[in-house]
Design a protein around this ligand. Structure first.
Ligand SMILES: Cc1cc2nc3c(=O)[nH]c(=O)nc-3n(C[C@H](O)[C@H](O)[C@H](O)COP(=O)(O)OP(=O)(O)OC[C@H]3O[C@@H](n4cnc5c(N)ncnc54)[C@H](O)[C@@H]3O)c2cc1C
Length: 366
């Protein structure tokens, strides 16, 4: 076999498959999961991500996500609230990723589920179902590196651990979270809390390794977080829905791919923006659009990566700088003081960390 192979069927891989199929190709997508599954993610789908989905004819409203257009930033007893300069949607990845993969298949892409790619050497793929040769390789394995094509993540932020848990929350908390994303800052980390479809609340947080090591385990860490007044008010009487939280470590925040190994890298394999920006999914979908256009035009992987870097590198750089600055107690105090004086600057900071309108236009997204 020697055609276009996409490895990974998350948002980046599925969107690229849909775009290539819509452009007349018949790519083969290999996804290691055999069915719908939860993913660690805050599940805030930005307006740019929504525009990318609309551009490929994906019916997002059908999924019944929760609209979000206000941000509440909380630190201890301090609270700053502002309107976002855009409308996001809270939608679970279990539903979204599966629906997008179905959309790609309906457009004419071929998807093989339950096939894990174990090693890549140039265009030779060793998979759990045997060896395959890819005429062209699109690498969309997200946070997971594949042997032979690991990302060079030197100089990125590491040392953070992410957790995600769904909760059934009280009617009072549901009302408070309508239209809102709550971001709670605490020593050694921050947490985002928002609704997704079905009135379920997603708590997604990042903590430093040191903070987690001091707690020792998730139940202790969560009990400590409930001492924060805001999180106690929201989640003190909530019921966790997953047996245990999803967790991840070693996410290379600030990574931008700069090498050239012949592969078209998509999503988190091309660049990783700090999670607080709520724009990782938008970058994943954007990379899919830029890569599909490059492939259909006959541009090679190096040319594709130059185009993509021009669209996302500065944005990732700014978000990474903000994350580094805001992580220390002093930096956080400065940010909070500034935001208290001018809450609307929060909306401006949010705009700096998004895929820009000219970049969207270049990718053919209105
Ligand atoms: C804590 C946290 C919170 C976040 N919150 C948000 C948010 O609120 N909003 C937002 O926009 N972004 C957020 N992000 C970022 C966002 O989740 C990612 O940027 C996005 O999922 C990247 O999409 P992707 O398609 O590149 O990778 P993924 O969604 O990770 O998909 C990769 C796919 O590849 C498959 N795969 C992996 N390895 C192999 C293999 N070897 N063979 C075959 N298949 C394989 C996986 O099963 C998976 O389906 C967050 C990230 C983190 C860590």
């Amino acid at each position: 076999m020697s055609g276009t192979i996409i490895v990974g069927g998350g948002l980046a891989g599925a969107a690229a498959a849909a775009r290539l199929a819509q452009g007349g190709e018949r790519p083969l997508l290999l996804e290691r999961s055999s069915g719908a599954h939860d993913k660690i993610c805050g599940e805030f789908l930005s307006t740019e991500a929504q525009a990318h989905l609309a551009a490929i004819g994906f019916d997002l409203p059908r999924l019944g996500g929760a609209p979000i257009d206000r941000l509440r930033l909380v630190a201890g007893t301090r609270r700053i609230e502002t309107r976002l300069p855009f409308r996001g949607v809270g939608v679970s990845r279990r539903i979204l990723d599966e629906a997008l993969l179905d959309h790609a298949v309906a457009a004419g892409a071929k998807a093989e589920r339950g096939v894990a790619v174990r090693q890549i050497d140039g265009t030779a793929l060793e998979t759990s179902a045997g060896a395959i040769d890819a005429g062209r390789l699109l690498l969309a394995t997200g946070k997971h590196d594949v042997r032979g094509v690991k990302r060079d993540t030197r100089g990125t932020i590491d040392g953070l651990i992410g957790f995600k848990q769904y909760f059934r929350v009280s009617a009072r908390t549901t009302t408070a979270l309508q239209q809102h994303i709550d971001v709670a800052l605490f020593d050694g980390g921050y947490a985002g809390l928002q609704l997704v479809e079905g009135g379920i609340a997603n708590l997604c947080l990042l903590v430093s390794r040191e903070r987690y090591a001091a707690a020792g385990d998730w139940p202790t860490l969560f009990a400590e977080l409930l001492r924060e007044p805001h999180l106690r008010a929201r989640l003190g009487d909530a019921q966790p829905m997953l047996d245990r939280p999803l967790t991840i470590s070693g996410v290379p925040y600030g990574f931008v791919h700069r090498g050239d190994d012949g592969a078209y890298r998509l999503g988190d394999q091309a660049g990783v923006i700090p999670s607080f920006s709520g724009d990782g999914m938008s970058i994943a979908l954007h990379s899919a659009a830029v890569a599909a256009r490059a492939v259909l035009e006959g541009a090679d992987a190096a040319a594709y990566h130059r185009r993509l870097r021009a669209d996302i590198a500065a944005q990732i750089g700014r978000a990474t700088w903000l994350q580094r600055f805001g992580w220390s107690r002093a930096g956080r105090a400065v940010l909070l003081a500034g935001l208290t004086l001018a809450p609307s600057s929060m909306a401006r900071a949010a705009a700096w960390t998004r895929v820009s309108a000219p970049a969207l236009a270049r990718a053919g997204v209105a």
